[in-house]
Design a protein around this ligand. Sequence first.
Ligand code: ZN
Ligand code: ZN
Length: 67
Amino acid sequence: MSVSGGCEVCATGDASFGCDRCGRLVCDEHYDRETGYCTECAAELKRPGEATSDNEEWRDGVDTYRM
Ligand SMILES: [Zn+2]
Ligand SMILES: [Zn+2]
């Protein structure tokens, strides 16, 4: 355990998480639990336009899921 500094994003928070992508040490606020990345990396991955809400539309006719 060599947490000797603060968050590498805001420099004020307590760096208690490590980004799985860039290895940056970040605070709770700058850590994305969903991805395990820092918010910087997470923001790159979650680009607008990659929304998943489009999927439902073209599968509209498929209605085989019934009990
Ligand atoms: Zn921070
Ligand atoms: Zn990162």
